[in-house]
Design a protein around this ligand. Structure first.
Ligand code: PFF
Length: 447
């Protein structure tokens, strides 16, 4: 009885070393790479933007990722308590709590988009997706129905089922199956997209940089994208870090996750850009690119139902491995803070998070009652989480690891030279760049 409701002190549940890499890659690789990345890359100049994204990843993304993992493993707690334990001050824990709240709300809208991908996978396999020419209308009707909420519930249930089983039996096992499947799907779809006649134009848009397109604004957007895409500032990597064994090299894991994420974004671009160029779709379209423009392209290609279906399955897999990591943050927090057992924490937090997402899902319908200031509630939650909470929490971590926490070197265990470079990035480069993003989105600086 007590075991179900209250946490029991059993043997610590940890990742194996490959299990951790796969789970961290699973968190990083997600809708950010396949849904956000193509349209921001399209809007901000293709290859030049991709290059900026990589620079941001190296200068800011990797140093903060390592800092988050070190804080998690050093504190062996959740995204808030790890900071309290390492600093001895509750104020740091309170700052860490911001990321716990942020991940809760990220999950609330992320689960919605993940649900769309499942719906589109089903529509594609049944052929229903291709019985129309009006993809904007199809998407609009879907948005105006209750179906997105049904699918959001499915995503939440799958995520909860994985989390209930714990770290090694749940999160790790799930990622160990899904990540290799993701790689196979990605390669298959990339080969298919690259073999389309006229794919070259899309490839050169994506890979041949036009530096005249580089602006200060695109640099800030690239930084925001690097952050979201590496799952930073939301406590995910702190939480996962707490489950990493002491013997694992955090430096190597950081590089592996960074490389995995870039390769994935690269392959996703090689699927999406040739496809949209061959079918004369504007790459600058907004978020509808994946759900409106791409189905039209799939409908016009041979075996489109199969490739379209596989594409949306790929998206769904990528989304759910990320969702698992996002929901784990408030779950770990609730179970440690309130002493709840894992099943209880997962069920309660999952239910609350699902309910919190319902108004966002409804806000995308035609009724304007959940829109204000020119944005639907859904977009507000995304905007505030991605552009405000993420950078603030990122800043908290850089300052904490760079200036406050004395044990940082012992936990990171880098060589002298690498440690110096890392500390320099954490102290001087990352905070300045992240602050710029924050001020830009707060409207304090205009470019
Ligand atoms: N990195 C994920 C993606 O690119 O889709 C999304 C994400 C996961 C963002 C976890 C934030 C987070 F904490």
């Amino acid at each position: 009885m007590g075991g179900f409701f209250m946490a029991q002190n059993k043997h610590a549940d940890r990742f194996s070393s490959t299990g951790f890499i796969m789970s961290a890659v699973g968190s990083a690789v997600g809708l950010g790479n396949m849904w956000k990345f193509p349209y921001v890359t399209g809007q901000y100049g293709g290859a030049a933007f991709f290059l900026l994204f990589m620079v941001c990843l190296v200068l800011v993304g990797l140093p903060i990722l390592l800092a988050e993992l070190a804080v998690g493993r050093g504190g062996r707690g959740n995204a808030s308590s790890s900071l309290t334990k390492l600093s001895g001050s509750k104020s740091w824990g309170a700052l860490g709590f911001l990321s716990v709240a942020g991940s809760f709300f990220i999950m609330s809208f992320y689960g919605i988009v993940a649900g769309w991908t499942l719906h589109y996978a089903v529509l594609s396999f049944t052929g229903e997706l291709f019985s129309t020419q009006d993809y904007a209308g199809l998407f609009g009707r879907f948005m105006n129905s209750w179906l997105p909420i049904g699918w959001q519930l499915v995503v939440m249930l799958v995520t909860a089922l994985v989390l209930i089983r714990g770290v090694s039996e749940g999160i790790e096992r799930f990622n160990k199956v899904l990540i290799p499947s993701l790689v196979v799907l990605l390669l298959l779809l990339a080969v298919q997209a690259l073999s389309l006649e006229g794919a070259g134009e899309g490839i050169s848009f994506f890979l041949k940089p036009d530096f005249s397109k580089l602006t200060a604004e695109s640099a800030l957007v690239a930084l925001g994208q690097a952050f979201f895409s590496m799952s930073l500032g939301m406590g995910t990597m702190v939480t996962y870090g707490a489950y990493v064994q002491k013997s694992q090299s955090l430096g190597k894991a950081t590089i592996a996750v960074g490389v995995g994420n870039v390769l994935y974004a690269l392959l996703a671009g090689l699927i999406i850009f040739p496809t949209i160029f061959v079918f004369s779709i504007e790459p600058t379209q907004g978020a509808g690119l994946v759900f409106i423009a791409l189905p039209a392209a799939f409908s016009a290609m041979p075996l489109g139902a199969v490739f379209g279906g596989l594409f949306f399955v790929l998206l769904a897999f990528a989304a759910i491995t990320s969702a698992v990591s996002v929901l784990e943050v408030p779950v770990a927090y609730a179970s440690e803070t309130f002493g709840w057992s894992r099943p209880v924490a997962v069920m309660l937090v999952g239910l609350l998070c699902f309910l919190a997402g319902v108004p966002s899902a409804l806000s995308l319908g035609e009724d304007p009652w959940l829109s204000f200031g020119g944005r639907a509630l859904f977009d507000w939650v995304d905007f505030v989480c991605s552009n405000v909470v993420l950078p603030i929490s990122g800043l908290v971590i850089t300052i904490f690891a760079g200036y406050v926490w004395k044990g940082v070197a012992d936990e990171a265990r880098l060589s002298q030279a690498w440690f110096r470079i890392w500390l320099f990035m954490l102290r001087f480069v990352a905070p300045v760049l992240v602050l710029l993003v924050l001020l830009y989105y707060a409207g304090v600086i205009r470019i």
